[in-house]
Ligand binder design. Structure first.
Ligand SMILES: [Zn+2]
Length: 267
């Protein structure tokens, strides 16, 4: 009797160890540690609010049941990286979402026009790349709205998606963004494409963490990013991933959210 109990205990311990190992593997691969250890994150995940939080109109992740990812590219447009990134995307027939900075759009409007002409989506990354959680309400409103004004001057279209600079936001920033008609977009899979990071490291960084519904974060700043793209895009395709823009990703959530892709009409 005692030996049966001992066997049962051993099996339970073994299963728990396998479960813990699988959990750790998943955490290392696809999750941020601060989410994994946060019980509130798991409540949100159970309620599917880890993908889209309708109260704040906040997108964190795409549909985990669909083999698709959204490629997002922040901080541009810059020469020479932006045209190089656009060339790499065109060569692979991939559409991405660019979160642009208003003051850069003002200097290089031809690049945002090219983004739209080639079927990409464009989102707002503020006018001056200021951290929105350090601003008062009027300043926050102006940072977001000026970004849209410069984009509208360049293209005749509007921005409906916001990625706060540094993904730093507070309740006030989300309230202002939502009142201006935006969906705020975070990310789930970083390329870590900072200065002096090689193309190899960027490719590895994404491939280690990518999963169904990933929002991949890259930057339009350093030469490693356009150098990494051809191999990264081909490898993601080989693994069966389909590329969607952020508004497409929103429309394909378990509870779809509809946002027009850079509409021409006034709000
Ligand atoms: Zn940024």
């Amino acid at each position: 009797m005692r030996s049966r109990k001992r066997k049962l205990l051993l099996v339970v311990l073994l299963l728990a160890a396998i479960g813990a190992a699988a959990g750790l593997w998943h955490v290392r691969r696809a999750m941020r540690l601060k989410d994994a250890v946060n019980p509130l994150y798991w409540v949100r995940r159970w309620r599917q609010e880890d993908m889209f939080d309708s109260r704040w109109r906040l997108l964190h992740h795409g549909n985990r049941r669909l083999r698709e990812v959204a490629l997002t590219i922040d901080d541009g447009p810059h020469y020479p990286t932006c045209p190089q990134i656009l060339d790499a995307l065109r060569a692979e027939g991939v559409r991405a979402t660019f979160f642009v900075v208003g003051k850069e759009v003002d200097k290089k409007p031809e690049l945002v026009r090219r983004m739209l002409a080639e079927g990409h989506e464009v989102g707002n990354h503020s006018q001056n790349h200021l951290r929105l959680d350090t601003l008062n309400e009027a300043q926050t409103w102006r940072e977001i709205n000026d970004g849209d004004i410069y984009f509208h001057w360049a293209t005749g279209r509007h921005l409906r998606l916001l990625r706060p600079p540094g993904v730093r936001y507070n309740a006030q920033a989300l309230r202002v963004a939502s009142a201006l008609g935006y969906v705020t977009v975070t990310w789930s899979c970083a390329g870590n494409d900072y200065r002096d990071v090689s193309a190899d490291e960027i490719v590895q960084s994404v491939l280690q963490r990518v999963e169904n519904g990933s929002i991949i974060l890259l930057h339009d700043t350093y030469p490693g990013t356009p150098a990494a793209l051809p191999r990264l895009l081909r490898e993601l395709k080989r693994q069966g991933y389909r590329f969607v823009t952020i508004s497409e990703m929103l429309s394909r959530l378990p509870e779809p959210v509809h946002v027009a892709q850079n509409p021409q009409t006034e709000r």
